[in-house]
Design a protein around this ligand. Structure first.
Ligand SMILES: [Zn+2]
Length: 149
């Protein structure tokens, strides 16, 4: 895992006022700001204030706060944007497309006719990945349940 000095992290710099950020929400544990990349309007990032690199590194309180804030902001995005759908996602590690090593939730409103991949299925198709059938999905779900028990 890449370890970065928090003073060099662009999201830490935004959180500490050392880089510009258009904040949507702030509390003691989390903050939300507009994503500099807006493939569609109202795309927002939600981050923990602490420099935490991936979802694996969040403690329970950080995880709860991050998701609570994400839900609150998602409602606000939906109301503000008039979007007809909304994706929540986040990436862990460079192979998953994490380009800033500070865990962040993406709130991505969806609009009729937007050029983004409309679903995980079409993303997988675009990547040439076979979609698993129901039995395979059930097997994976059971495996995950067992590991959580
Ligand atoms: Zn950071």
């Amino acid at each position: 895992m890449t370890t970065i000095n928090p003073s060099e992290c662009i999201f830490c710099r935004i959180l500490n006022g050392r880089a510009p950020g258009s904040f949507v929400y702030q509390d003691d544990f989390t903050a939300a700001f507009m994503d500099i990349r807006q493939p569609v309007p109202y795309r927002v990032l939600v981050v923990p204030r602490a420099h935490v690199e991936t979802v694996y590194d969040l403690d329970a309180a950080q995880a709860e706060a991050l998701f609570r804030t994400t839900v609150q902001v998602a409602r606000a995005v939906k109301a503000a944007s008039g979007c007809e759908g909304l994706n929540l996602f986040q990436n862990n590690g460079p192979l998953a497309g994490q380009d800033v090593p500070h865990v962040h939730m993406h709130i991505l409103p969806r609009y009729p006719g937007d050029a983004l991949q409309p679903s995980l299925k079409s993303f997988a198709q675009a990547m040439g990945l076979p979609m698993p059938d129901r039995a395979e999905l059930d097997r994976m779900a059971a495996e995950l349940r067992a590991s959580l028990a």
